[in-house]
Design a protein around this ligand. Structure first.
Ligand SMILES: Nc1ncnc2c1ncn2[C@@H]1O[C@H](COP(=O)(O)OP(=O)(O)O)[C@@H](O)[C@H]1O
Ligand SMILES: Cc1ncsc1CCOP(=O)(O)O
Ligand SMILES: [Mg+2]
Length: 278
């Protein structure tokens, strides 16, 4: 049932055109706005301390992204976040570069203290640093090779931070600390186009604006975003990152026609930091 419900969400986004307020970075602003338009959402980028609280309360979701951080952005993020919290609007955090500098880590932790964050999306290194772990957790597979076990890290982070945590990469995982989804899909070429992670967090915001079950909303966004990437690679992405980026925007505009493959969305129950298949 879950996947069939996930399939409906892109249609709801096209019907309702949720306003997604992004306090994001200068590198990905245009790509993020175009990606949100492509899926049918309505993006707005607003930063001034004089208006962020007013803008946030009109939105269906607020996305805070630390990519090009400044003290003014942190202040705006907290003002907007508090307004969104007051009005029951989901706030998503993309802690870009957490761990790279003390300023980034400190700012991410300050926002987590001052704002009730509904969902964090980052890569393994960024999430690890949010919970004071210097590097992503490594596991060992049957052949003795090291492999990331993001599901355990994500579950620990969800418990520690008290929010839904998504860790993306070769495989995406999303969890509330009890229930988890492992999502397969996407393509390595996405790492050669700047902003694919940042846009993903904003797309998760659009899904969160139309689905009150935020774990389902996040899992659906991960699954459909990855499926759109596969469609884009097959259409034109095989030529290179430039063709992929353009084809990806086109594929995102067709998200309501892309099937969510059952086998791409695997649900897990997670206990005490060890993920196992449900
Ligand atoms: N090796 C990979 N194979 C398939 N998809 C990938 C791979 N690496 C990243 N992705 C996808 O790229 C998107 C951006 O994720 P990621 O690169 O983890 O974010 P960030 O850019 O914030 O580090 C996600 O949809 C993720 O699933
Ligand atoms: C290159 C760069 N520098 C600061 S933000 C940014 C973009 C990061 O985008 P993503 O996290 O989606 O790769
Ligand atoms: Mg990122």
């Amino acid at each position: 049932m879950m996947v069939s419900h996930m399939q409906l969400l892109p249609h709801f986004i096209k019907q309702r055109r949720p306003l997604v307020h992004n306090i994001t970075n200068v590198v990905v602003t245009n790509f993020t706005a175009n990606g949100l338009l492509a899926i049918g959402a309505s993006p707005v980028m607003a930063y001034a301390r004089e208006e962020v609280a007013d803008m946030a309360r009109m939105a269906g979701a607020l996305v805070l992204n630390l990519g090009t951080l400044s003290a003014e952005l942190v202040e705006a993020a907290i003002l907007a976040g508090r307004s969104a919290n007051l009005h029951g609007i989901p706030v998503l955090l993309d802690p870009v570069g957490a761990g790279a500098t003390p300023f980034r880590t400190r700012s991410a932790l300050e926002i987590l203290r001052e704002v009730r964050i509904a969902m964090v999306r980052g890569n393994a290194a960024e999430v690890a640093h949010l919970i004071g772990e210097a590097a992503a957790i490594k596991g060992v597979d049957a052949d003795g090779a090291e492999e990331e076990t993001p599901i355990d890290l994500a579950a620990r982070a969800a418990h520690r931070i008290g929010t839904i945590v998504a860790i993306t990469g070769k495989e995406d995982v999303i969890t509330d600390g009890t229930k988890s989804y492992v999502i397969r899909g996407g393509h390595p070429i996405m790492t050669r186009v700047t902003g694919t992670g940042c846009l993903l967090t904003s797309v998760m915001g659009a899904f969160a604006a139309v689905e009150p079950d935020l774990l389902t909303a996040g899992a659906a966004a991960l699954a459909l975003y990855g499926a759109a990437a596969t469609r884009a690679y097959d259409a034109a992405g095989f030529r290179g990152p430039g063709s992929f980026q353009t084809a990806f925007l086109d594929a995102l505009s067709e998200m309501d026609q892309i099937p969510v493959e059952e086998e791409a969305v695997i649900c897990h129950r997670v206990s005490a930091g060890r993920g196992f298949l449900q």
